[in-house]
Design a protein around this ligand. Structure first.
Ligand code: AMP
Ligand code: MG
Length: 396
């Protein structure tokens, strides 16, 4: 099977999951519990927004033709009220931000731009073109227009729209269950004290945290020994969930059994190598109608390949329309070089628009990741970067 480039591999994941995903069930949650969930209903405008011509300023509602000039204040209108009369030539109504603009007026002049005279008149030397400081009815959304389509991941701005449109509860998709199987004879549980030649299982737990953050429900299964049958049994159990993640056992070592165990479970493979580092031996496919990833076992590789690939699959399996990869650009604070041919995803610290690589000791180096707040993403075709060069950065 040919190795894929980073963009090819991501496109493969998106294409396959979009084509074959089964959308999760729908459930109802309270408005204040819906953050990061995926909408299972369209949320439209229940009326025009704004529902009336709304003043954007504290000031005076006037007729634009009277400005600049001196006009008589015939009343006031506060937010939450309606002015019953209308503004005639030579007149103004004092108005507060958020209040409906009275009939007859077609502009608002800011209170800061007016002089108040003791005789009930105000004066300004400013022009006030028609429409100034007024948000016209329906300028934001016409009644019935869909603002948040189903499949939108709910963030705090979506919460504002849900609240605005009267949704005390909202229909969302159930969280996909994500089975996690760590493999390796050397791996012991976190609560155990490892012998000198053993290490604790960090991957299952970092993956569970990543799954939760991405809106999934992690199901940590027992550690699989480096044995084909034992691994296959856990794979079968994992395929009962909506997505299966394995860590380790996908390299070319004599005791790397994950691919053969997957094959024994009837797996179809979409790729098993991606031209990235860390994370080159990355396996993606489907078995028993479920998708799986065989993530390389080095902890940094596991975490990085989850963010780059598995997270996209999880987004789509959550019912989301999009699987964004939040890359941004920053300028290197110092020169950076790497061997061409692989896309490199390396720990870095970003501050405002500047990024500095963090020293790291290879794909097993969790410590360097803890010191980083981002990954720089060096292009496979660009081996050298000068200080000040822009480079893509993936926020952690
Ligand atoms: P593998 O991909 O199985 O060859 O493992 C690569 C490296 O990652 C080895 O040094 C493993 O000990 C380490 N490793 C594998 N699985 C885990 C895990 N669950 N937690 C921490 N380290 C792991
Ligand atoms: Mg192993």
């Amino acid at each position: 099977m040919p190795a894929l480039t980073f963009p090819e591999a991501r496109a493969t994941v998106l294409r396959e999951v979009r084509a074959h995903r089964v959308l999760p069930a729908i459930e109802t949650v309270a408005l204040d519990d819906c953050q990061a969930r995926v909408l299972a209903e369209d949320i439209g405008a229940d009326r025009d927004y704004p529902p009336f011509n709304r003043s954007a300023r504290d000031g005076f509602a006037v007729r634009s033709g009277d400005m600049p000039g001196r006009v008589r204040v015939i009343g006031e209108v506060r937010a939450g009220e309606r002015f019953e009369g209308s503004v005639k030539p030579g007149e103004a109504v004092e108005i507060m931000t958020g209040a409906p603009v009275p009939d007859g007026a077609d502009a608002v002049v800011m209170v800061e731009h007016c002089t108040r005279h003791g005789d009930g008149f105000i004066e300004t030397d400013r022009t006030a073109p028609a429409g100034s400081n007024i948000s016209p009815a329906a300028c934001e959304a016409r009644s019935g227009v869909v603002v948040l389509p189903r499949g939108t991941r709910i963030d705090y701005t979506a919460v504002a729209w849900l609240a605005t449109t009267g949704h005390a509860t909202v229909a969302v998709h159930a969280r996909p269950r994500v089975a996690i199987v760590a493999t390796g004879d050397e791996i012991v549980q976190v609560a155990e004290t490892p012998a000198a030649h053993q290490i604790r299982n960090s991957n299952a737990h970092s993956l569970a945290a990543q799954v939760k953050r991405a809106g999934g429900e992690p199901v940590i299964l027992p550690i699989a020994k480096d044995d084909k049958d034992a691994t296959a049994r856990l794979i079968e159990q994992g395929l009962e969930s909506d997505l299966l993640l394995l860590s380790g056992g996908v390299s070319a070592g004599k005791y790397d059994f994950v691919e053969s165990a997957l094959a024994a479970c009837g797996a179809q493979f979409h790729f098993d190598r991606v031209l990235i580092q860390p994370g080159q031996p990355l396996v993606f496919g489907a078995a028993a109608g479920k998708f799986f990833f065989g993530l390389p076992g080095n902890p940094v590789s596991t975490m990085v390949t989850f963010e780059l690939f598995a997270r996209a699959a999880l987004d789509l399996l959550s019912g989301a329309n999009d699987a964004p990869l939040p890359l941004t650009m920053a300028r290197l604070t110092r020169p950076f070089r790497h061997r061409a041919g692989l896309t490199r995803i390396l720990p870095a610290r970003i501050s405002c628009t500047e990024v500095t690589p963090v020293d790291w000791q290879g794909s097993g180096d969790v410590v360097s990741l803890c010191r980083a707040n981002a990954f720089l993403v060096a292009d496979a075709g660009q081996p050298e970067y000068a200080a000040g060069d822009p480079i893509p950065v993936l926020l952690k």
